[in-house]
Design a protein around this ligand. Structure first.
Ligand code: NI
Length: 176
């Protein structure tokens, strides 16, 4: 079921989410299914449970290609529960981000270029990956949602923050 995506300003987006304690339950399966329906309906690259008002540490992300990020590498479709992120070095890279909770805007955000992330899938099996570039960026963006952080809070240079259609005229037709 497609759910309403909360927009920035809603206090529920600022909560610290709770860890999932039981895996492979009907409730958790329904949550993840709703998150995929919602993300796909909006061509999102990822979605975190708090964005649909659920304060659990669950994120989803991944796509083969994405019209909102036409130049991005493919990222495997992933359900990541109770994630932990560990930067692999000190390299920081700037890149454009958007968010379904901040529709119509884009901004440049500094993120760790390489990281290891771990967590659990829907069945409670361990996920442990080392990734870089856009994959690493998406994971950091989505996991930030679990701690009440929206990407504009990480923008340092507001000369590179603005309306998507003004920043990138004639480019991608955005849903947000
Ligand atoms: Ni977001």
């Amino acid at each position: 079921m497609i759910r309403e995506v909360l927009r920035m300003g809603d206090a529920r987006l600022l909560r610290i989410s709770r860890p999932v304690e039981a895996f492979d339950t009907p409730e958790l399966r329904e949550l993840v299914s709703d998150m995929f329906d919602t993300m796909r309906s909006l061509n999102g690259a990822g979605l975190a449970a708090p964005q649909i008002g659920v304060d659990l540490r669950v994120v989803i992300f991944g796509f083969a290609s994405n019209p909102r990020y036409p130049n991005a590498e493919a990222v495997p479709e992933t359900i990541l529960i109770n994630p932990v992120i560990e930067p692999l070095d000190d390299d920081i890279e700037e890149g454009w981000e958007g968010c379904l909770s901040v529709p119509g805007f884009r901004g440049v955000v500094p993120r760790h270029k390489r990281l290891r992330y771990s967590g659990f899938d829907l069945q409670g099996q361990i996920i442990d990956r080392r990734v870089a570039d856009f994959h690493a960026r998406v994971v950091q963006h989505e996991c930030d949602h679990l701690d009440g952080i929206l990407y504009p809070m990480r923008v340092r240079d507001f000369s590179r923050f603005g309306f998507t259609d003004v920043l990138f005229p004639g480019q991608v037709v955005d849903d947000d």
